[in-house]
Write a protein that binds this ligand. Sequence first.
Ligand code: PEP
Ligand code: MG
Length: 751
Amino acid sequence: MNTLQELTRIVQAAAAADRTEDQVKLIVEAIHRAIAVDVCSLYIAAADGAMVLVASHGLDQQAVGYSRLPAGRGLVGRVAQTRHPINVAKAAAHPDFCYLAETREDEFTSFCGVPVVRAGAVVGVLVVQSREGRVMSADEQAFLVTLSTQLALVLPPEPLAVHTPASAVRRVRGVKGAPGTGIGSAWLCENLDLYSVPDRPCEDPAAAITEWHQLLSTVSKDVANERRALGDQLSEGVSGVFTAYQMLLNDPGLRLGVEQAIAAGQWLPGALRQVVHHYAEVFLAMEDPYLRARNEDLHHLGNKLYQSWAGASANLPADEHGPLILVGAKVSVSDIAACDPLRLAAIVCYEGSSLSHTAVLANALGVPAVMGTGKLKNIDDGSPLIVDGNTGQVILYPSPSIRLEFERLQRAEQALKGELASLRDEPATTPDGVRVRLMANTGLLADISPGLANGAEGIGLYRTEMPFMISETFPSEEEQLHTYRQVLDAYRGRPVYMRILDIGGDKPLPYFPIHEENPALGWRGIRFCLDNSSLLMTQVRAMLRAAEGGTENGADLHILLPMVSNSGEISAFKGVLDDALQQLHGEGVNVRRPQVGIMVEVPAAISLLPAWAGRLDFISIGSNDLSQYLLALDRNNPRVAGAYDHIHPAVLQEIARITASATTSGLPLSLCGEMAADPAAVVFLLGIGIRTLSMSASKLPRIKWLLRSFSAQDAATLAQKALTLDNSADIRTLLEGALHQRGLGRLLGSE
Ligand code: PEP
Ligand code: MG
């Protein structure tokens, strides 16, 4: 081979093509001809470091653009990681070998891979493979290395158009597998699927049968090890999964069935596929849903045997990837056992039901799981996911605000288990007999149970934007009705304060982007709702219908208006409410006029409260926005977040003013911002006379503990003192000191 000539020819041919896809195709074809190899493939590094097959002569074309090896995995990953060629006669014997079934590469024995490096970074790996088990000659390897440097220049600066995830937030519904909320990165457990194995003749049946027996014994040992790995955490019932696997492995039907299929001329993986498929079908045809779900056990076991035969092992990513969410058609017990329990955040199965052993095991381990989602499209290893096992849904690519909300929820769940559970049914009454009403803030259906379990006396703030944010379009009236009804039903007989859509600012809707110079001061809250009055009408109708029958029916709906800053907004909303009531009465729906109040969060509202008192049924202080607007500090801007503090003296003065104004006007008042859960702030709020607080469910027990330990009289004295101080630090020192004195220091500094 005249290396220089070949090189020039290949590079020229590539340069002549217009599209990169065509260029890489031409290159792999040309290399295959130049050095007479059976396979020549090019893998390109995706943004997450995974290596994606983008062109191949010799491998299955179905795999091109799809087949990917997570960063550092397989021989290709190894070449990329070490920036060093691997040139071996028998790829499968290499410790890093990882078999990609979809490429059908099992018929090729040798492997030679060289890195493609540009500007110091590995951008791809060029691979040649042959049927014949031979090491490439030094000349051939040098040719590939030289070519790879040329290739680096041809490849575009951006990764090729591989099938990268559409990183838009999406919600996928499945069925509840195990309760709880899991937040983490996807780890796909679907590399090897026995059912994709093709028929192929067996050249040496006797050797294949021996191999089969060895395989059974290896996998039997693996299962025993996995059982031991999970041992401590398994209940008797759940360890039955492993017993079931062992029974299947010892089952003569499986052993003999595979032997017979091999003897009939089928290669081992093909024989295994035939037999497993046959028995799985038998289970699937059973009437009993429990037995039907056992077909999955067979499939899991079949995959496990196949995986072991192929020498592939699930190399879980290194620790820096954080909590993992196992995702796959059928996440197996082995996948779960292979994952460090401390990193296992949740499980998602495309198939299966709550009866699947995967779900049973997840329940036993306390790992949230969602089953039967159907294939999750456009996700990769590392894609961010939220698994909501309480409602059976998965959120892909959650936005920061959705993530925050779920993190809050997750903390709520943890707190549920905490030591404060015993206070659940006790009232929040101070030692000197002042009763404070504690309610929950929520926005997710999944939040409902933690709220109730923590003794919430109602929902003080239902953020309706949450169901809007996890939807793909504006939810219809019926969809909203369904959601709101569940909330009101769960809190039957207790007040529910539903806020109309408060989007804009820090709460964007993915399908309704609003681009503004200054979103905090822009089109948000009631301003947005009134300008989009048909959306508002739909929402108000849904709320009213959800509360059909009113309090007689146990539905105690209150409507809360966000970001109100002028009188016209209250009148305009009332106009929409009147229309909605009239429409629904006309339609024969038994709806009642709900109480209507506003969030006091725009400072302008404070001065106007006396004027509005006659038009409002209640007010609720939104201390988050109120502090942000009083201090002109963006609560979500990390640069200034350190300076944001609701214990700022000016904020406290204004809150005291609002409370006094509400008392004078006889307006019921609550506070529903984060301040309601800050122990030091709660002492102040109790002291100035606030008697209703709403906060995330997880905080309720702690605040209840505080209130039951702190007299209102002492709090009043401290509040008066706090109002004389002119900086946040002194106020905190005063209030926190009082908490320490009463043995409540444990409430500080923790969630
Ligand atoms: C607030 O502003 O204090 C409030 C409770 O509303 P949100 O946090 O939803 O803006
Ligand atoms: Mg607000």
